[in-house]
Design a protein around this ligand. Sequence first.
Ligand SMILES: Cc1cc2nc3c(=O)[nH]c(=O)nc-3n(C[C@H](O)[C@H](O)[C@H](O)COP(=O)(O)O)c2cc1C
Length: 322
Amino acid sequence: MFVLGLQGSPRKKGNTNFLLSAFMEEVKSRGAETQIINVPDKNIKPCIGCGNCEKKGFCSIKDDDMTNEIFALLRRADVVVIATPIYFYNATAQMKLLIDRTQTLWARKYKLGLTDPGRPDRKGFLLSVGATKGKNLFEGMILTAKYFFDAIGSDFHGKLLYWRIENFGDMKNNETVLDDIKKEADRLEPMLKRKKILFACRENAGRSQMAKAFARYHAGGEIDALCAGSTPAENINPVMVEAMQESGIDIAFRKPKSIDEVVALTKPDMIITMGCGEECPLIPGVEYIDWNLPDPSGQPIEFFRSVRDEIEEKVKQLIATL
Ligand SMILES: Cc1cc2nc3c(=O)[nH]c(=O)nc-3n(C[C@H](O)[C@H](O)[C@H](O)COP(=O)(O)O)c2cc1C
């Protein structure tokens, strides 16, 4: 299970960072893979409202960290934690830049009708702090978070909100925060206990990406589906993206990963190979299956379509046996 934390305060040693770090440490100690993005450090340009995403499904801003890094992380995440102090009854400006840019993901679903296979089993958490005590302090942020989570294909799973938190150290000195975090992490336990299946091929650009997407899509949140390659390519195969899109499955923004990198962070229960054969590491206690599918790399779209359909069938059969 991959948990992505988005830290929105410009104060690196501030209250939000303490809260998010404590949350991430807790889920990491229970076996989750975690990554924190310090949003104010990132180069994220503001949405310019050009409408490109509504027509073509991609943001016209190509040269910033949103396009190069954060869309891929949002799509891969099983849990997204947005953490921000309240600035004028909402998120910080830095966080709001990121939120606005997820309009691209909103457009892919609502304008182009594409289905993110991670939806709606992805979980969203809001962590927030503010200085005052008014009962409406978090109302604006909750509404923004609700629409952000919908745009990125997650449900609004939980929130931890703290009033009267202002000076450095206020959050750390809060008496309930660590227990509150444990209770929220308890609610994620079923996701952490899911069977972990790693789909592996050579480049992680075609077959294993399709298998993971179909497993996530057809099994709902029942499987922790991973994918990787023995010699990962730089990018996923655009013909594969097109073939999946024809089936209504949105696989854009995925990035190939190496098998070594994935198994270093998560020990799978099962590895399903589809062409990388003996290049897969042998891990004791792991069940191995080989689907022996043809490598579609460099082939025309018709070939991808037939491999895609074969993979979907195999994934459905696999789910039925679990
Ligand atoms: C520009 C700015 C705007 C703020 N707006 C609010 C606000 O509307 N309501 C509130 O209760 N606190 C407000 N605060 C206070 C912060 O939410 C509070 O100090 C918080 O603990 C800072 O978290 P951090 O340490 O993670 O940066 C504001 C602070 C700043 C700098």
